[in-house]
Design a protein around this ligand. Structure first.
Ligand SMILES: [Mg+2]
Length: 406
């Protein structure tokens, strides 16, 4: 079987409300690029990548010369064809490789009539537990609804999500307001859901000393882990020496070089695997095997997904033996999806791993067209800017916190 074509379509899909984070904001929508890899047997595999817009489409178009004629079963050859580590010094294609790997796995699964999780060792679980992924949010620009700024609003939002979707684990995206305000918010969440577990992630916005102070302040909470409180392996190591709360990362251990550094001189306890950041589902499994060997925990990171990427996370979660945490997804913040049947459904805080061959999801071409047209109309947005704080940008560690009274 040979690849004969590759198509990339950028879409933008609305969120319930704009999501705030330490570097700025998701401006009321996600921009994603959906990839279709077509073979000479007529089988089409699906992939997905975040952000990028036109430049992502151009990057995939540029990959055609490498991929036309390639056998989609040859996944290791694919890695060296487009992602040789020394060539990558000049052209880092890790995220492109990830989208193509998803599509090739989808093709292989469809050809053999088995799901991606069956291809990857067989599923250990049929449904995957998710954390609530709570953000501070601006109100939806059209409806004026959905704001999460005060602590009361945050607790109400968490309880609403818990009632609607059944989450038993709550993640607070922090790094927006001052650490003291966010400590108070986190404690209020824990008090409102005493039987649940928690994690807080300021996207590395705190100094080492602030991180240690926050860690001490939240010690009494049922913490899964403290996620990326500060920047850098050395910073994380210094925090880790001063707290009993496990540390997790999706920023400073995102490749095998960093993983080996962390094994040799641990700075982080739990590695949050991301099927895009690591270059595919299979590299995540390799990394998970290293973590299993050295007794590091793993979970699955969310970089903001539509249904195709979510399927990769579900299949990964299904086959990971050492996944002892609920995984993250922005998914419930989305207003819609581009897959047939609409958004996948949560039940008791879990989503079922798709059963069909390959990734088990297919594109709704009307939705793809609708949200591709919306992208053409709206274009991209600056993820690392805040629509309501013109001229603002954060430092690292930050001290330019937003004001919760505004
Ligand atoms: Mg994170």
């Amino acid at each position: 079987m040979r690849i004969v074509d590759l198509r990339a379509t950028t879409v933008t899909v609305p969120l319930e409300a704009p999501l705030r984070h330490s570097n700025g904001e998701h401006w009321g929508r996600f921009v994603r690029t959906i990839v279709e890899v077509e073979t000479d047997e007529g089988i089409v595999g699906l992939g997905e990548m975040g952000g990028g817009g036109e430049s992502a489409e151009l990057a995939f178009a540029g990959l055609k010369q490498y991929l036309i004629g390639h056998n989609p079963f040859e996944l290791e050859a694919l890695r060296f064809k487009i992602c040789n580590p020394t060539a990558s010094l000049y052209n880092n294609r890790t995220q492109l490789l990830a989208a193509v790997e998803f599509a090739c796995l989808d093709i292989i699964g469809k050809k053999l009539g088995v799901s991606v999780s069956d291809l990857l060792g067989g599923r250990l679980r049929d449904e995957i537990r998710f954390a609530s992924y709570l953000f501070f949010r601006y109100p939806n620009q059209e409806t004026g609804k959905g704001e999460v700024r005060s602590i009361d609003q945050l607790v109400e939002h968490a309880l609403d999500l818990k009632a609607k979707y059944g989450f038993r684990t709550h993640k607070l995206k922090a790094g927006v307001f001052s650490p003291d305000y966010e400590i108070e918010a986190y404690r209020a969440l824990a008090a409102a859901c005493p039987e649940d577990s928690f994690r807080i992630d300021p996207n590395a916005a705190w100094s080492v000393e602030q991180s240690v102070r926050v860690a001490k302040a939240i010690e009494g909470i049922n913490n899964d882990y403290l996620e990326d409180p500060t920047w850098g392996l050395n910073g994380m190591r210094r925090v880790r020496e001063n707290t009993n709360i496990p540390l997790a990362t999706n920023t400073v251990v995102v490749n095998f070089e960093q993983l080996s550094a962390n094994v040799l001189n641990p700075a982080v306890d739990v590695i949050l695997l991301d099927t895009t950041f690591w270059g595919g589902i299979r590299p995540c499994l390799k990394a998970a095997a290293v973590c299993e060997t050295f007794q590091h925990g793993v979970a699955v990171h969310s970089s903001g997904e539509l249904g195709v990427q979510l399927a990769t996370m579900l299949h990964l979660g299904a086959v990971l033996p050492n996944m002892s945490f609920a995984i993250d997804a922005h998914y419930h913040h989305l207003a819609d999806d581009v897959i047939v049947g609409g958004k996948m459904q949560y039940q008791d805080g879990k989503i079922k791993v798709p059963q069909g061959p390959g990734l088990g999801v297919s594109l709704d071409y009307d939705k793809l067209k609708q949200y591709s047209e919306l992208y053409k109309q709206l274009g991209g947005y600056p993820y690392d800017r805040d629509s309501r704080r013109p001229g603002w940008y954060p430092l690292l560690p930050n001290d330019r916190w937003a004001d919760p009274s505004q």
